[in-house]
Every structure is written in structure tokens, then in C-alpha cells.
Ligand binder design. Structure first.
Ligand code: FMN
Length: 190
């Protein structure tokens, strides 16, 4: 029985490595695209970097002027108060000319069921009319929650597609999830 379990584990690891290697070889160029993201603990950054690598998109990070606590519980309390205040955080300006881009990948951690206030602020501050917005969120178990609705509400004149929703940093099948999402939404042909 123990031997059988070892064999099964070996087969699983090999197939996981193979699928990673296969997706690692594949790329899908998305012309005139940018990835714009905010990340507090690194998960959304990892996904953003993989999207940029696989699609050839330019990568931009939104930085908050608010210093969020590093530790998990204090940060959740801090953000809850920020949400209750109804005031979105201030952000550092990003040097990006949006007229260069047709497709904007927008990434956020899920914070209290929604996209982070930092990303909400960026969406409100920028003219995204007529652009295709490809939102992605990372989460700690809640899944999509209100993350797609948020982007649609804040970008009523954009073509907002369905989210890529990733648990934490996506693990070994991240690249294949990204490639499937790009293909299903025909982002290569924009
Ligand atoms: C303030 C705060 C609120 C969070 N709220 C949720 C939530 O509502 N649902 C969920 O699934 N995960 C929640 N999480 C977990 C994060 O969404 C998850 O760890 C995410 O991948 C973090 O992304 P980052 O590393 O790019 O910051 C929360 C984390 C923090 C810090």
C-alpha cells in the first residue's frame, strides 16, 4: 500500500512538472498591452510578472502612499477601518501613457471581499474609456467575491472581461491558467 502511494505521488509530481514545462514553452503575445497591479505581500506581483512574461505586456506597479501594516491581522483591522471611513487611499503617480495600450491587465489582492482601495483609486484616477480591462485577483480562499463587479462599476465605459482568479500565488499551474484565460477571451487578437 505504501509502495503504491509512493508510485502515485511520483506520477503526480512528474505530470505537474511536465505541465509546468509545457506551459513554460508557450507564450501568447497580447499586442499593445500593459499589466498594472498592486500587491501588499507579493502574491499579486507574482501573477502580474507571469502575465507580463507570457504576453509581452509592459509591467507597472501601483504603490500606495498609505503604509499598511506588514502582519496579517493588523493589516486586516487597518484596512477594515479604511473601508469604513469611505476614503480611498492616495497612490504614487505611475509614469504610463495609457494611449499606448488597448488591453490593460489590472491586478489586485482581494481585501474584505473587494479589490483593494489602492486599485480602486487608480481605476478612478485614469481614463480607461474604450479599453479592454482584464482584471485578475489573488485571494486567500474566498475566490472571486466582488472583484469583477468592482471593476465593472468603476470602469462603466470599458470592455471588462471576466477575472482570472488565483489562490495566493497560483502554484504550479499558474502559467496554464493564465494562457487559458488569455485564449478564452481572445486577448491575442485585440
Ligand atoms: C486586509 C486583507 C483582507 C483580506 N481579505 C480577504 C478576503 O476577503 N477574501 C480572501 O479570500 N482573502 C482575503 N485576504 C487574503 C489576500 O487576498 C491574499 O493573501 C492575497 O493573495 C494577497 O495578495 P498580495 O500578496 O498581492 O498582497 C485578505 C488579506 C488582507 C491583508
Amino acid at each position: 500500500m505504501r509502495f503504491l502511494r509512493r508510485i502515485l505521488r511520483l506520477v503526480f509530481c512528474c505530470s505537474a512538472l511536465c505541465s509546468r514545462a509545457q506551459s513554460g514553452e508557450e507564450k501568447l503575445s497580447v499586442p499593445r498591452s500593459a499589466v498594472v497591479y498592486f500587491s501588499h505581500t507579493g502574491n499579486t506581483r507574482t501573477v502580474a510578472e507571469h502575465i507580463a512574461e507570457l504576453t509581452g505586456a509592459d509591467l507597472f506597479e501601483i504603490k500606495s502612499l498609505t503604509q499598511y501594516p506588514k502582519a496579517y491581522c493588523p493589516s486586516t483591522h487597518f484596512v477594515k477601518k479604511e473601508i469604513e471611513s469611505g476614503i480611498l487611499p492616495e497612490i504614487e503617480p505611475i509614469a504610463v501613457d495609457l494611449s499606448d495600450y488597448e488591453v490593460i491587465f489590472v491586478g489586485s489582492p482581494t481585501w474584505w471581499h473587494h479589490i483593494a482601495g489602492v486599485v480602486q483609486r487608480w481605476l478612478l484616477d485614469n481614463d480607461l474609456r474604450g479599453k479592454t480591462i482584464a482584471p485578475f485577483n489573488t485571494h486567500g480562499g474566498g475566490g472571486l467575491m466582488h472583484c469583477n463587479e468592482d471593476v465593472r462599476r468603476l470602469c462603466p465605459d470599458s470592455n471588462v472581461i471576466n477575472n482570472l482568479t488565483v489562490y495566493e500565488d497560483g502554484d504550479f499551474d499558474l502559467d496554464s491558467s493564465i494562457l487559458n484565460w488569455v485564449k478564452i477571451n481572445h486577448l491575442q487578437s485585440f
